[in-house]
Design a protein around this ligand. Structure first.
Ligand code: HEM
Length: 464
């Protein structure tokens, strides 16, 4: 009996303490003018609920507090915006003080000249250099031939093999970018570079605690190794005096003079290119393979498009820019994949001063989560939204859709969109014209907070 009383006492004590803490934390943030919402626990906020419940947490909060609410996520007081109009306003108004709000670990590891770390004229300068590097002309003349050459060899000898398509698409995204950056050295440096790059990626997604054996520490070391590898590459290129037709050649030789950038900026830009196109391109490719497997009619239509292109060529002829531009159904498959899988849930911004947004006052330094996921499943924009239907994209592309945020929006809209589409399209070209595949095993797919197959996505591949 006494034990029971003690247990009950402890239980009620904990309940009272929890309620008091939650209430105290809410009161602490009850500033006049803030939007409604709850702040959860001191320090941890509502991070656990957010990570555990994912999209349902967002939808629940929206039904209680509306499309613009406050919370405390991943260590920061945060405003979540799920209102398409407000989202658009936030994305086009960086100049008013709404700058990228990515976590410190990401900024530390990607470098201080990284595009997400710079604002105003410094951002314009870095973005200009990047846009010159991946312009449609560059894609047409330099990048697509390299992508084609890479995909041909990456996708060779898959016949009669069990393949983890998650691993293969990650390697594909990294190695394809590396080939575009340093075409002649890519194969000799990739073995040393790839594991370092994977450590760097993990580090950017970790807590910024610089202790041995943490992902952050390893990511930071990886950045150092990658930086010295890239510096050596640049030195060797300069010493040889040769000009090569790849991104590094373009950057070293000044490209268009107005975008002349320092060596430090050059290295951060290369890391940015590798990083930004890595998870987006690899995950979209993996999920396209998944959806095509599950929807034979879509695969049939896609294959028809690619076989028609191949039939006009000799086997050794590469995909050229006109071929790529003619792949309308492929583009629709990629958009529908991005929509259904929601590869990007949203983007992060932070306020650089107290600001009035949507009728509320947001204090300086708060994070704003421009959460765009739900728009992808809006039945008014996408009738029958849970059906994988690429045909829906054929009459009007996302260019005409005001609320299509898969590539972001406003001043930070993805500059690598065409390059990413060209890579995924070329990958799909060689995949569907060469192979059939069946999923083996029942691999689990996680959709939140990132799309991934925790144990890989195994397929059995056979020749067409
Ligand atoms: C399917 C592929 C891709 C998707 C879905 C995607 C998505 C996005 C999104 C949503 C943003 C906006 C981020 C923000 O507003 O904070 C963005 C920005 C960016 N993307 Fe992509 N991306 C893709 C491929 C690529 C590729 C291949 C590159 C390589 C160059 C790239 C480079 C960048 C860069 C540098 C930014 C930052 C732009 C800035 O801050 O001005 N992306 N991307």
């Amino acid at each position: 009996m006494a034990v029971l009383i003690v247990i009950l006492g402890v239980f009620f004590g904990l309940c009272i303490l929890s309620t008091a803490l939650l209430r105290w934390n809410d009161v602490r943030y009850r500033k006049k003018g803030l939007p409604p919402g709850t702040m959860g626990w001191p320090v941890f906020g509502e991070t656990t609920e957010f990570l555990k419940q994912g999209p349902s947490f967002m939808k629940n909060q929206r039904s209680r507090y509306g499309s613009f609410f406050k919370s405390h996520l991943l260590g920061c007081p945060t405003i979540v915006s799920m209102d398409p109009e407000v989202n658009r306003y936030i994305l086009v108004n960086e100049a008013k003080g709404l700058v990228p709000g990515y976590p410190q670990s990401m900024l530390d590891i990607l470098g201080k000249c990284n595009i997400a770390a710079v604002h105003g004229s410094a951002h314009k300068h870095m973005r200009g250099a990047l846009l010159a590097l991946i312009s449609p002309t560059m894609i047409k003349q330099q990048l697509l031939p390299k992508i084609d050459d890479f995909m041909r060899s990456h996708l060779s000898n898959w016949d009669n093999k069990n393949i983890d398509i998650q691993v293969k698409s990650k390697e594909m995204a990294f190695l394809s970018s590396l080939r575009q950056i340093a075409s002649s050295e890519a194969s000799s440096i990739s073995q040393a570079f790839m594991p370092e790059f994977f450590k760097l990626v993990l580090g950017t997604l970790s807590l910024p605690i610089n202790l041995p054996n943490t992902n952050y520490h390893r990511g930071f070391q990886a950045r150092k190794n990658i930086t010295s590898l890239l510096r050596k590459l640049v030195e060797n290129r300069r010493a040889s005096g040769e000009t090569q037709n790849d991104m590094l050649g373009f950057l070293i030789n000044g490209g268009e003079k107005k975008f002349n950038i320092s060596d430090e900026e050059m290295i951060d830009l290369i890391i940015t290119i590798l990083y930004s196109g890595y998870e987006t391109v690899s995950t979209t490719s993996m999920m396209a393979v998944k959806y095509l497997h599950d929807h034979p009619k879509v695969l049939e239509e896609l294959r028809k498009e690619h076989v028609a292109i191949r039939e006009k060529k000799r086997p050794e002829d590469p995909i050229d820019y006109n071929d790529y531009k003619s792949m309308c159904f492929t583009r629709a498959v990629i958009y529908e994949t991005s929509r259904m899988a929601t590869i990007v849930n949203g983007v992060l911004r932070k306020t650089t001063k107290d600001m009035k947004i949507n009728g509320f006052v947001i204090p300086e330094g708060w994070r704003i989560y421009v959460y765009t996921r739900e728009i992808n499943y809006d039945p008014h924009l996408y009738p029958d939204p849970l059906t994988f239907n690429p045909w829906r994209w054929l009459d009007k592309g996302p260019e005409y859709q005001n609320y299509f945020f898969i590539f972001g929006g406003g001043t930070r809209q993805c500059p690598g969109k065409e390059l990413g589409l060209a890579e995924i399209s070329t990958f799909l070209h060689y995949f569907v014209t060469r192979y059939n595949w069946k999923e083996i095993g029942r691999d689990e797919l996680m959709k939140f907070p990132r799309v991934e197959a925790p144990n890989g996505l195994q397929i059995r591949v056979s020749s067409n």
